[in-house]
Design a protein around this ligand. Structure first.
Ligand SMILES: [Zn+2]
Ligand SMILES: [Zn+2]
Length: 93
């Protein structure tokens, strides 16, 4: 698979880690009406993935600490889309 944001490519697992650490800013979190959401827009089509962050993440300090965990979840969802909708090969698993 290749990274949708840069030239890097690798296995799904490698890309998952790469996206989480190197493209962290692609995951946007916002709070609407007291509910917190994270959003990740596919760079190649109009599909966006917007998910409510679990209520236990609502504590601001908790969110800060677990922001990486939230990104892991967001990019995991995105990689399914990336594989299925944009014909990316999986080199492993
Ligand atoms: Zn990249
Ligand atoms: Zn897409």
């Amino acid at each position: 698979m290749r990274c949708p944001y840069c030239e890097r490519s690798g296995s799904r697992r490698e890309l998952h880690a790469h996206l989480t650490d190197d493209h962290a800013e692609k995951v946007i979190t916002d709070t609407t009406w007291g509910r917190r959401f994270m959003e990740l827009q596919c760079p190649e089509c109009d599909e966006g993935h917007r998910t409510e962050v679990k209520p236990r993440y609502n504590d601001p300090t908790f969110l800060e600490e677990h922001y990486r965990e939230i990104r892991l979840v967001a990019f995991d969802m995105f990689l399914y889309h990336w594989q299925d909708q944009h014909d990316q090969e999986t080199n492993d698993e």
